[in-house]
Design a protein around this ligand. Structure first.
Ligand SMILES: Cc1ncc(C[n+]2csc(CCOP(=O)(O)OP(=O)(O)O)c2C)c(N)n1
Ligand SMILES: [Mg+2]
Length: 361
């Protein structure tokens, strides 16, 4: 018997902001589209400020999401508040949409554990820097929802590079067998630091990795926030209906460096980046909104001013925050600290006490 599979692809707005066919119901409400646009602009504004703070020595290494705002915002906007976001390190747009504050994100990227103690989405997971290691955590969250018979789902976002990790394959396999309410979303930004998508895997699509796990897999235009949201909504509806896990591959592009510790010009052609700028996600939604009479130049000016003021105020609140006690790096992983770590914690405290103040030097 021959078995055939296919990987569908969807897009609603082309790069010029023209609708291709009919839009999903949520996208026929201008207020919804305006909220998505504002959230993407707010994310870009946050990214710009974070990079500026790092460049002036006031923030740790930072991973900008420039050009990939639609992936994060599209996904988060499809979620219910009681769902759980399990992000990696480039989903600021999703976290901000969910109610994580710019101040919390600055604290986190400034190395302060309090930045992960979200006052808003209490059950959302903290940022996961180890590539792909949060995919099994998301399956665990989904298993808990299933055992408790709750109509909730987990949304786990990771990059193209993460799809080569065993953790991701194992998590999807497990989620497939147990029909878990989890949505795995790939932000395929075509690069994993200096490894291009073509060298990441010989597979024609990343979405087809779903086939081996026995879950639906699809591709969407990741620069079209409508397409990302529509696909995530459908996957979440399946999850809540007991139909199990899904994999969505959002095709986007990393317009910036990998992080502030990277210089992409050493391995990537500027011409390639320039070719991708016209596809970026804010532009096409702005074109669409302007074309349909929902957005003006004044609206744009006001939004840029308002978001800059909000982000600047968060930075002003972050900068004078006194650093945490160094011993706190031991405090948030274990309910009861193992003896060896307890010993290290005491040594860290003693070293901090012994440190001679260096004054203004
Ligand atoms: C387990 C692990 N190995 C290596 C790294 C170093 N590292 C950080 S990001 C990254 C590439 C990730 O690429 P991708 O999954 O495409 O995500 P992107 O950074 O493009 O968003 C690597 C190798 C890490 N953080 N964790
Ligand atoms: Mg990548």
């Amino acid at each position: 018997m021959t078995v055939r599979f296919e990987i569908p692809y969807s897009r609603y707005l082309d790069p010029a902001g023209k609708a291709i066919g009919s839009l999903p119901v949520f996208a026929t409400d201008p207020a919804t589209l305006l909220a998505l646009y504002r959230a993407m602009v707010r994310t870009r504004s946050f990214d710009a400020k974070a990079v500026a703070l790092q460049r002036t020595g006031r923030l740790g290494t930072y991973a900008s999401s420039l050009g990939q705002e639609a992936v994060a915002v599209g996904a988060a906007s499809a979620m219910n508040p009681q769902d759980v976001l399990v992000p990696s390190f480039r989903e600021h747009g999703a976290q901000l949409w969910r109610g994580v504050t710019p101040l919390e994100l600055f604290l986190y990227w400034g190395g302060d554990e309090r930045g992960s103690d979200f006052k808003g989405p209490r059950e959302d997971f903290p940022i996961c820097v180890p590539v792909g290691s949060h995919a099994p955590h998301a399956a665990g969250v989904a298993l808990a929802f299933k055992l408790r018979r709750q109509a909730r789902a987990a949304v786990c976002i990771f990059g193209d590079g993460a799809t080569s990790k065993g953790d991701v394959a194992e998590a999807m396999n497990f989620a497939g067998v147990w029909r878990l309410p989890v949505v795995y979303l790939i932000n395929n930004n075509e690069w994993a630091i200096s490894v291009p998508r073509g060298q990441q895997t010989a597979a024609e699509t990343l979405a087809q990795k779903a086939i081996a796990a026995g879950i639906p897999g699809e591709q969407v235009d990741g620069n079209d926030v409508i397409a990302v949201r529509a696909a995530t909504e459908a996957a979440l509806a399946r999850a809540r209906a007991g139909e199990g896990a899904s994999l969505i591959e959002a095709l986007s592009y990393r317009l910036g460096d990998h992080t502030t510790a990277d210089d992409a010009s050493r391995y990537r052609d500027d011409a390639e980046v320039s070719r991708h700028w016209p596809n970026e996600p804010l532009l096409r939604l702005r074109h669409y909104l302007t074309e349909h009479g929902h957005w003006t130049r004044d609206d744009e000016e006001r939004l840029l001013q308002d978001t800059a003021a909000e982000i600047d105020a968060a930075a002003d609140a972050f900068l004078p925050t006194p650093p945490q006690d160094p011993a706190t790096i031991f405090d948030y992983t274990y309910a009861e600290l193992p003896a060896e770590l307890q010993r290290q914690r005491e040594a860290a405290l003693a070293a901090a006490d012994a440190a001679v103040p260096t004054g203004e030097a």
